[in-house]
Design a binder for this molecule. Sequence first.
Ligand SMILES: Nc1nc2c(ncn2[C@@H]2O[C@H](COP(=O)(O)OP(=O)(O)O)[C@@H](O)[C@H]2O)c(=O)[nH]1
Ligand SMILES: [Mg+2]
Length: 133
Amino acid sequence: MINICVIGNKGVGKSSWILKWSQYSKNINFTGLDKAQYVFLMFDVTDLQSYRDNILWYNLIRETCPKIPICLIGNKIDAKKRVVLPKLIKFHLNHRLVYYEMSALSGYNLNKPIEWAENGGRIPNFVDDHMFK
Ligand SMILES: Nc1nc2c(ncn2[C@@H]2O[C@H](COP(=O)(O)OP(=O)(O)O)[C@@H](O)[C@H]2O)c(=O)[nH]1
Ligand SMILES: [Mg+2]
């Protein structure tokens, strides 16, 4: 079992994703930050404030768990009124995090952050990723 803490502003879709994943598979313990091995930091691509607030959550996580692997998730990509466009999303580059776009509603990429955690929570090397693509 892996312990995962899902963090982010209210309304970004944390509960929706946790509920959906729990129906699909029982392989994860959803925990508080104190017991977590991995953190999923989620924002909502239809809510700019939730993207801006990533830095507050990130600093809070790093105060408590300086080394814990973090996966950034942009949820609600099914929504027509997307405002946080892909080209605006730089947070993961600045903080060297893996980033996945997701829709808890449609099921798109639901498993990607889990796979990342199951594989040990890789920290991306964007220079190499860019060079070898
Ligand atoms: N369009 C869309 N709505 C979503 C998605 N995920 C969650 N929601 C909706 O966003 C609202 C807040 O979701 P909730 O899971 O309670 O957010 P939480 O506060 O982060 O736990 C609910 O009305 C959900 O139905 C998604 O992927 N797409
Ligand atoms: Mg909730």
